[in-house]
Design a binder for this molecule. Structure first.
Ligand code: ADP
Ligand code: MG
Length: 709
């Protein structure tokens, strides 16, 4: 076991007592309140945050490359003399400086911004040292805006003895100041044994360098470092950092779970009458998987510790009704239930379902979203506070401070991957009465491979609904080149002629809701011309929510036959009569998203199909993805393939998950390390909880504090 840190003897009061890493950035020379603020925007608060601010890439100034041996795309340092200087103003001010180094080569340095002082110094015959990327130019190779330095005739070139790090930018701070400050921070690295938090056994087993060595190698690699290993993330220094980071995140989630479980919760043990009435009203029987999961949930809720359960189930597996039955139990016990969904569209559907199920039983289901304002809002808040509203359905709006429950016993969060852990925890705090917190039920349709789930959801127990309701025929999937649009349009015509409905999904061309909405609009117009006599609807994120609601209602009621939409329909839209899904530019989407979209069809008894339209030529990767979709409808299998094909950075990507975003680690690349990480977490929690605390503080820091762990 590593020793606890020795206090370092410095003279400046309170911070002197803090270990070097925990010292505030303002203890570094040249960091005043203004600079500290710039770092803070980037989440960099302490000296150790700078240790962990790793370079994006490196520049090799450890050698001089002869101009004659430069190749296009190479970043290199060149030592030469100025041959000729030329200014032109033709299109924009340009300065071209030809240099040569006696290696039979000439290189042009091109500047678009330059000042007089520069001009005065750049004269033929001057000795110059420059660094940049060689690119093919008009007259051979050139470097655009290289960094350079003029040298005296006898001056020593002074090649570096290690690679220069290039750091991710901190806005408002020049790269040189940033490098200098990180250098200062690194100079404060304590001796290896003081810094070390990983158990020795783990380090030995995996042959990991010490943290000190790993950090110094990552920030100041020696000239012979294999940069390719760095790029691939397999360099031992990076592996060491990644493992420690994964361990810290895992510990953070585990500790959140432990501390949350330490709070009490209201045990919910109703006779089950309300749930039984609800079940009698359903038009179907629960599947075996639904019954099993419901029993798991009911058992959790009967305990005086809060339930922390994730229900995973493929799209269409019927998670909503399980949530509703759990809600019925809480209400029968005299308590309130909150159901939060990530989008208004999805929340509205839940509202419609819950009202349909609960209102006939005499319960009050309230609605709270951002757009509920003024008097209506005041009224809803009052109903929630008095307990008159037994069930409250809504969006993020539920988490605002003004929302106070009278006795919240169950918080249900749908599509967890759209919310961050912190948001989920904020809802938990709504239940605090004395020290009690509500039971939490989280539902997600994102099937996550088991190894990853253990890491991503280390704070939750997991139930899986692994059976589809009966009477569904699997969706037939085909991939078709966009050239055959005409055939696709014929298919829509045929499906609608049989009384079925269809979706046409326009995918993101740029990462902009605006552009996406435009694309959907023009597709809507084109299809209107191609399909005269069909009733078309349009749905995109730019529409007012009332408009969206009415379009959805019309589609659901069968008034509209074809719904042209953006990917806003990805989550939760449920229209069983829709049996055809067209996805345009399917090659642009990841497997998880394609699977979600396809899940909108195949919800009724009719045979459904999904057409993946692509624009040729397909990349190898895109071809494989479409083939996976064609061959399988099993969400878990698709998730495994997704992981293989492109890595969970995207599978659990920040856009979708809000889950941990890592500084060094990459769950796909490092998945093989996870069993070690989990075992190490068990050992640390049992034997050295103080080390666990310090690991979490080092890597997760403020975020974990915010989560109230
Ligand atoms: P998801 O798990 O994707 O949220 P939903 O809860 O929206 O799925 O359910 C999908 C559809 O299946 C809904 O129309 C729902 O009423 C229906 N459903 C749920 N459970 C069953 C069942 N056991 N038998 C038949 N239909 C069911
Ligand atoms: Mg759902």
């Amino acid at each position: 076991m590593p020793r606890p840190p020795r206090r370092r003897g410095t003279s400046d009061g309170a911070t002197a007592m803090a270990p070097a890493g925990a010292q505030a950035l303002s203890t570094l020379p040249g960091v005043g309140p203004k600079v500290a603020e710039k770092f803070a925007v980037r989440g960099l608060l302490s000296v150790q945050d700078l240790w962990l601010h790793l370079p994006l890439r490196y520049e090799d100034r450890t050698r001089i490359t002869p101009i004659a041996s430069l190749f296009p795309g190479q970043s290199a340092q060149v030592e030469a003399r100025v041959e000729a200087v030329e200014r032109s103003f033709r299109y924009r001010p340009t300065l071209r400086v030809a240099i040569s180094d006696g290696s039979r080569g000439t290189l042009v340095l091109r500047f678009f911004h330059f000042n007089r002082a520069q001009l005065a110094l750049l004269v033929p015959g001057r000795r110059i040292l420059c660094f940049g990327e060689a690119r093919p130019g008009q007259y051979g190779l050139e470097m655009v805006h290289p960094s350079y330095r003029l040298l005296g005739d006898d001056a020593d070139v002074g090649v570096r003895d290690r690679l220069d790090p290039v750091y991710p930018a901190v806005e408002g701070l020049g790269p040189q100041s940033l490098s200098r400050l990180i250098g200062e921070a690194l100079d404060r690295l304590p001796p290896a044994d003081e810094l070390e938090l990983l158990p020795e056994g783990l380090r030995d087993r995996l042959k990991l360098p010490t943290l000190r060595d790993a950090l110094l190698t990552a920030h100041r690699p020696p000239p012979d470092t294999n940069l390719r290993d760095f790029e691939l993330g397999v360099h031992p220094a990076l592996r060491r950092l990644a493992i420690e980071e994964l361990l810290a995140h895992h510990l953070s989630l585990r500790r959140q779970r432990i501390s949350l479980r330490a709070h009490g919760a209201m045990p919910v043990r109703p006779a089950g009458k309300l749930a039984a009435s609800l079940r009698r009203g359903l038009k179907f029987e629960l599947t075996g998987a639904q019954q099993r999961v419901l029993a798991e949930v009911a058992q959790d809720m009967a305990h005086p510790e809060p339930m922390l359960r994730l229900v995973q189930g493929d799209v269409g597996s019927g998670k909503t009704v399980v949530a509703a039955l759990a809600a019925a139990n809480a209400v029968e016990a005299g308590r309130q239930v909150a159901l939060m969904a990530p989008t208004e569209l999805l929340a509205e559907q839940h509202l419609a379902n819950f009202r349909g199920w609960f209102e006939p039983l005499g319960l009050r289901v309230a609605w709270l979203a951002g757009k509920v304002t003024g008097k209506a809002r005041t009224a809803v808040l009052a109903e929630i506070a008095s307990g008159q509203a037994q069930v409250v359905v809504g969006t993020h709006a539920l988490m605002q401070d003004k929302v106070v429950f009278s006795s919240l016993a169950l918080a249900i969060v749908d599509e967890q991957h759209r919310f961050g852990v912190h948001q989920r925890l904020a809802l938990r705090d709504k239940g605090l009465s004395g020290s009690q917190v509500p039971h939490q039920l989280v539902m997600t349709a994102t099937p996550i491979p088991r190894t990853l789930a253990m890491s991503a959801y280390a704070d939750l127990d997991v139930s899986v609904i692994d059976e589809m309701p009966p009477g569904r025929t699997p969706v037939q999937t085909v991939a078709i080149s966009g050239d055959r649009r005409g055939e696709v349009v014929d298919r829509i015509r045929a499906a609608c002629a049989q009384g079925r409905q269809a979706y046409w999904v326009c995918t993101l061309i740029e990462d902009s809701e605006e552009v996406e909405a435009q694309a959907a609009q023009s597709t809507f117009e084109q299809l209107g011309l191609l399909l005269p006599g069909l009733r078309l609807g349009l749905l995109h994120g730019r529409m007012k929510s009332l408009e969206k609601q009415s379009v959805m209602a019309d589609f659901k009621a069968g008034q509209l036959q074809l719904l042209v939409a953006t990917t806003v329909i990805e989550v939760g839209v449920d229209v069983p009569n829709a049996s055809l899904m067209i996805i345009e530019n399917a090659e642009r989407l990841g497997l998880a998203q394609l699977h979600q979209l396809r899940g909108r069809v195949g919800r009724g008894a009719a045979a459904s199909s999904c057409v993946l339209m692509y624009r040729a030529p397909l990349s190898q990767m895109a071809r494989e993805r479409l083939e996976v979709m064609r061959a399988s409808t099993d969400g878990f299998l698709i998730a495994e393939k997704d992981l293989e094909l492109r890595g969970p950075g995207e599978l659990l990507g920040t856009r979708q998950t809000g889950l941990a975003s890592f500084r060094v680690a990459d769950l796909a690349r490092d998945a093989a390390l996870l069993p070690e990480v989990h075992a190490a977490a068990d050992a640390l929690l049992a034997q050295a909880p103080d080390l666990a605390d310090r690991l979490v503080l080092r890597w997760v820091g403020g975020a974990a504090k915010f989560a109230g762990a």
